[in-house]
Structure formats: structure tokens, C-alpha cells
Design a protein around this ligand. Structure first.
Ligand code: 7TS
Length: 417
């Protein structure tokens, strides 16, 4: 067994930043929260920033000529600047605030897709995608006649890159839309190389960064990503806000998504013209406090250092894979630790994942069970549902021990001794 990492991070101090972690969920059962891939917890720095905003600065943005409106606008736009720096976008205009990853992908499918794709055009997805990167394209396929092709997943839980190259070669692909990190297998896809190949074939590339942006440094310029989608609530920020990054020239050429206030320049009864980026895509009163929270989350993660966060999580995941692989009757899904990030997904004999999750919950251990919004991937894995432990910077090896002990208890309850 590898020795624990000597992390520059003080994990006890980090845990103390997350008030929700210090509780018993059942008498004598401290919370072991292993469901951060669904939604992470929030540090008090984020909660405080939002509270301070509501207590001192709240008003609507971009409208009133009064002090509070100016402060609210500065807070909202300041959050955009933080996100721009965090993902290294060229311009703050390339950072569009949306509700979440799902909405970001829907914006691209509905606006770029309808403006640029015609019947017969090919959009390339993969078999491991989350439903939010499948269904928007299926809707477009129904509406426009776009053809969807899928990069297969290998038995090792990796994307089949030979098949990817062949798919790019066989027919003209207009867009590739693929997740950076799998929410089920943890697979870290070689997204930089995949983007390079897509561009060489004349296709644009959308990166679903829902499971990567919270855990690794994602640099849109280094990747040369055309679009990037992610959610604040998985990266220590609040629910209700996410980001669509897009290259400026692409966003400039796209029609708006929703119509309403803030996204217009002029309105007459005969028609309207559109505001500049990013406002063209931000109709109506935005999620101002949530943007403030996202900005605070970016500050929090940046202060810890994304490379430190990743190294700590790798240590915990590697330890989890080692410990889980010792449990008799337990099947792990996904690639080895070096090729994955953040999650350990498993089944136990033929027990239903929900039954496992329920027994773990009785021990205070929170995991997710089900298809994790990736039904096609589960069909490929040949199981209807899996149990998933997912990790963030506040999780520890001791919590992995608690998970494994709870699984041994579950085995006893089900008579698998
Ligand atoms: N893409 C990936 C890769 C995801 O993991 C998720 C959410 C989404 C998109 C959608 O994000 P949202 O914020 O718009 O909902 N994944 C999960 C999960 O694994 N368990 O709950 C939500």
C-alpha cells in the first residue's frame, strides 16, 4: 500500500471550512460525504460571500443608477473576471453565465446547432456521455435531421481513440462534444489530443467540463477548446449558476438563446437588435448572488492550488481503489488510478446498488446509486445501476476506511459472508 501523500494542504483545516461536514447523520454516525460528483459541499467563504452580498449590496444589475445597483453590478461582473482568469479565457466576453452544465450545452445545441447544422451533418458524441450531453443533440437530430455518431467505450473504460480517428476520417464531422472526465468511470479523456484531431478534421469541439473544472486546472487557450461547459455547484460554489465558455467569434455569430431584458440593444414593435457579448446570452435578471458565490469558490480553489487539490484527490482515489479491490464479490468499473479522477464506482455481487447505498447510509456514508444519468454507458457495462463513491478535496483516507467497513457490514446483512 502506498504511503499517504505528504500534501501541502492541511485537510483538517479545509474540512473545518465546510460546516456541513461536522455532523452526525444518524446517532453515533458521523457524516462521510462521498457524493461530491453529484454536488460538492460549500465552504463558509462561499456561504459568507453570498450572505454579505445579500446583507449589504443587493440590487438588480446593469440598471439602477444608485449605489447598491453599482455594487451589485461590480460584484456580478467581478465574478466573471474571476472565472475568466480561472479558465484562462482571452476575454471576459467569452464567459456566459447560465444555470448549469446542462443549460450551457443546450445553448450551444439550440443556437450554434440550429444556425450551423443542416440535415445529414454529423455531431460526434461518446458512449460515456451524461444525458445532458446526449439529449440536447437528440432533440436537434429530431428538429434538424442532424446525424449522431458515438465514440465507443472500450472494456477498460477508455474512449476508443482508433475508432475516434476513423469516425473523424469517414465523414465530415461538424462538432465533437465529449466529457473531459467521466462521472461514472472517472476516466480522464485525452481531451487536448482529441481537440487537435477534431480541428485537423475541420470539426469544432465542445468540452463537458462538469467533472474536470472542479478538480484540475482547465485552460481553454492551451486546450484550444471551442466551447466549455461547467457547473458551480460541483466546484464548491452554489447551485443555480454555471458557465458556458465559447470562443468570441463563435459566440458573436450565434443567435441568442432566450429573449428578454438585458440581452437587447434596441427594441421596437417591429423587431430588436442584440446586446454585446456576454449579455446577448443573459436574458432577464441573472443569478447575482450565485455569481458572487461562484467567484468566492474560484478564489477558494485558487488559494488551495488546483495541482494540490488534484494530487490529494488522486491519493484518496488510489487508496479507495486499493481497498475496494480487496472486498470479495465487489466489481470496480473504470480505468486504473493513473487514468482516472475523483470517483470509484462499483457493484457488489448481484445486489441492487440502491440497497447497498441504503445500508451505507445507515452507517453515515453517503454514496450515489443508480445510472448516474448515463444509461447508455450502463447498458454497455451490462448493469442497470452502480454505486458510486466520489471524492473532493475535503475527503480523507479515513473516510475510505469508513466506506470499506460499511461495505463489509452490508455484505454481512445480505448474508455474503
Ligand atoms: N456533465 C457531466 C459529466 C456531469 O457529471 C453532470 C452532472 C452534468 C453534465 C450535468 O450537470 P448539471 O449541473 O447541469 O446537472 N452529474 C451528476 C452526477 O454524476 N450525479 O449527479 C449529477
Amino acid at each position: 500500500m502506498k504511503q499517504p501523500l505528504k500534501s501541502p494542504l492541511d485537510i483538517d483545516a479545509i474540512r473545518a471550512d465546510f460546516p456541513i461536514l461536522a455532523q452526525e447523520v444518524h446517532p453515533g454516525k458521523p457524516l462521510v460525504f462521498l457524493d461530491s460528483a453529484a454536488s460538492s459541499q460549500k465552504p463558509r467563504q462561499v456561504i459568507e460571500a453570498m450572505r454579505r452580498y445579500y446583507e449589504h449590496d443587493h440590487a438588480n444589475v446593469h440598471r439602477g443608477i444608485h449605489v447598491l445597483s453599482e455594487r451589485a453590478t461590480a460584484a456580478y461582473e467581478g465574478a466573471r473576471d474571476k472565472v475568466q482568469a480561472f479558465i484562462n479565457a482571452r476575454s471576459r466576453r467569452e464567459v456566459i453565465f447560465v444555470r448549469n452544465t446542462t443549460e450551457a450545452i443546450n445553448v450551444v445545441a439550440a443556437t450554434w446547432g440550429r444556425a450551423n447544422l443542416r440535415a445529414g451533418d454529423v455531431v460526434l458524441l461518446s458512449e460515456m456521455e451524461h444525458h445532458s450531453n446526449l439529449v440536447p443533440w437528440q432533440l436537434l437530430a429530431e428538429q434538424v435531421g442532424v446525424r449522431l455518431r458515438y465514440i465507443p467505450v472500450t472494456g477498460a473504460g477508455l474512449l476508443d481513440l482508433d475508432a475516434y480517428a476513423a469516425l473523424l476520417r469517414d465523414e465530415p464531422v461538424k462538432l465533437v462534444s465529449v466529457m473531459h472526465v467521466s462521472n461514472v468511470l472517472g476516466t480522464v479523456n485525452p481531451i487536448a489530443e482529441m481537440i487537435r484531431q477534431a480541428h485537423a478534421a475541420g470539426a469544432l469541439f465542445l468540452v463537458d467540463g462538469a467533472q474536470s473544472v472542479p478538480h484540475v486546472a482547465v485552460d481553454v487557450q492551451a486546450l484550444d477548446a471551442d466551447f466549455l461547459a461547467f457547473s458551480a455547484h460541483k466546484m464548491a460554489g452554489p447551485t443555480g449558476i454555471g458557465v458556458l465558455y465559447g470562443k468570441r467569434e463563435l459566440l458573436e455569430a450565434m443567435p441568442p438563446y432566450m429573449g428578454g431584458g438585458d440581452m437587447i440593444r434596441t427594441v421596437t414593435l417591429e423587431g430588436s437588435t442584440w446586446n454585446d457579448l456576454p449579455y446577448k446570452f443573459e436574458a432577464g435578471t441573472p443569478a447575482i448572488a450565485q455569481a458572487v458565490g461562484l467567484g468566492a469558490a474560484v478564489d477558494y480553489l485558487t488559494a488551495l492550488g488546483m495541482e494540490n487539490i488534484l494530487a490529494h484527490e488522486q491519493d484518496v482515489v488510489e487508496y479507495a481503489l486499493e481497498r475496494l479491490s480487496e472486498v470479495p464479490g465487489l466489481t470496480l468499473y473504470g480505468p486504473p488510478a493513473e487514468q482516472r479522477n475523483g470517483v470509484a464506482t462499483f457493484t457488489l455481487r448481484d445486489l441492487h446498488a440502491h440497497d447497498i447505498a441504503q445500508l451505507l447510509d445507515a452507517e453515515g456514508v453517503a454514496v450515489r446509486a443508480g445510472h448516474h444519468c448515463a444509461m447508455p454507458l450502463h447498458r454497455k457495462l451490462g448493469v442497470p445501476a452502480t454505486a458510486r463513491a466520489s471524492f473532493y478535496v475535503y475527503n480523507t483516507r479515513a473516510e475510505v476506511d469508513a466506506l470499506v467497513e460499511a461495505i463489509y457490514n452490508a455484505r454481512k446483512v445480505f448474508g455474503l459472508v
